[in-house]
Design a protein. Structure first.
Length: 277
C-alpha cells in the first residue's frame, strides 16, 4: 500500500510541529565565481577555508599582452606633440590674420583675396586643433578600455567571506562562465521555512517580527533570535504554504549553514469578543 501524502511530506523542506516549524539554514551571500574571459591561470592567491575581504585578488590569468597594450595606450595618450603643434599654429595664424585684416582695412596694403586666403588657412589650422583634441579623448577612452580588459583577467572577491571550494589550479585553462571557486558569507544567514497561510494570519506574522530559532548540534542546543525579512506575497496553490525568510546573526560561526533549525512561532492571536450593543 502506498502513502503518497506521507512521501510528499517527507520530501518537503519544511516539517510541521504544533507551534514550531523546521527549515534549512542558508548563507545570505552564496556566490559561484568565474572568469568572463578564457586563459591560463597564472596566480592562485587563496585556498579553501581562507577568509577574504571584498575586492581582494583571488585568481589571475596570464596578462602580458594586456599589460603591454595598456602601456602602449599610456604612451599614446601622453604624447602631446601634435596637440601642442596644432595649438601653436592656430595662435600664429590667428595673429597673422588679425594683422593682415588691419593692413587691409586701414592701409589697403593687403588685398581682400590675401585676407580670405589667410582666413581659409586659419580655419584649417583650427580644424587640425579640434581633431587633435578629439584624438586625445579617443586615446583616453581606448586606454580605459585596455585597462578594463586587463582587469577582466583578475578575479576579485565581491564580498567579505570564506572560500568553500577552489576548483582550478595554477597552469590550468579557465573557460569563461565556468565556476572556478565558491565563496560564502556566513556572518549573516537566514532560515527558510514554508508556513501555512492560516498561521501567517492567525499568529499575526509580519515583516520584522522577532522569532526564536533553535539549532540542535548533537552536543547542546543553540538558540538565536531571528528577524522576518521576507514573506512571499504568493501562496503556493497546491499546499497553501507561504515561503518565509528569517534572518539571524551568525558572526560567531556557531551554526554550520545547511543544517536544519526550528523556529518557534508566535502564539495564536485570540480575537476579542464583540461588545454587546
Amino acid at each position: 500500500m502506498r502513502f503518497p501524502f506521507l512521501a510528499l511530506l517527507l520530501l518537503s523542506q519544511t516539517v510541521y510541529a504544533a507551534d514550531s516549524i523546521v527549515g534549512i539554514t542558508k548563507p545570505m551571500h552564496d556566490i559561484e565565481l568565474s572568469f568572463p574571459v578564457d586563459g591560463v591561470v597564472s596566480k592562485v592567491l587563496i585556498k579553501e577555508g581562507q577568509k577574504v575581504k571584498k575586492g581582494e585578488e583571488l585568481l589571475a590569468l596570464e596578462n602580458q599582452l594586456q599589460l603591454q597594450e595598456v602601456q602602449r595606450r599610456k604612451v599614446l595618450l601622453g604624447d602631446n606633440a601634435k596637440l601642442q603643434t596644432s595649438a601653436h599654429n592656430k595662435e600664429v595664424m590667428s595673429e597673422l590674420l588679425n594683422n593682415n585684416r588691419q593692413l587691409h582695412n586701414y592701409l589697403g596694403a593687403v588685398s581682400r583675396e590675401e585676407v580670405r586666403k589667410l582666413e581659409m588657412q586659419t580655419a584649417g589650422v583650427e580644424g587640425d586643433l579640434t581633431a587633435a583634441k578629439q584624438e586625445k579623448k579617443r586615446e583616453e577612452i581606448e586606454l580605459h578600455m585596455a585597462q578594463r580588459e586587463l582587469e577582466r583577467r583578475i578575479l576579485r572577491s565581491p564580498i567579505d567571506g570564506i572560500i568553500t571550494k577552489l576548483d582550478i589550479e595554477q597552469g590550468e585553462w579557465a573557460q569563461p562562465g565556468k565556476m572556478v571557486l565558491h565563496i560564502v558569507d556566513t556572518t549573516k544567514s537566514f532560515l527558510e521555512v514554508n508556513i501555512s497561510v492560516d498561521d501567517i494570519y492567525s499568529r499575526d506574522l509580519k515583516q520584522n517580527s522577532s522569532l526564536k530559532i533553535q539549532f540542535k548540534t548533537g552536543v547542546s542546543d543553540i538558540q538565536k533570535m531571528g528577524t522576518v525579512t521576507f514573506i512571499s506575497p504568493i501562496v503556493d496553490k497546491s499546499s497553501s504554504l507561504v515561503r518565509v525568510k528569517i534572518e539571524f546573526d551568525n558572526n560567531d560561526g556557531a551554526v554550520l549553514l545547511g543544517m536544519s533549525a526550528t523556529v518557534l512561532l508566535p502564539e495564536i492571536k485570540t480575537p476579542k469578543p464583540a461588545l454587546n450593543s
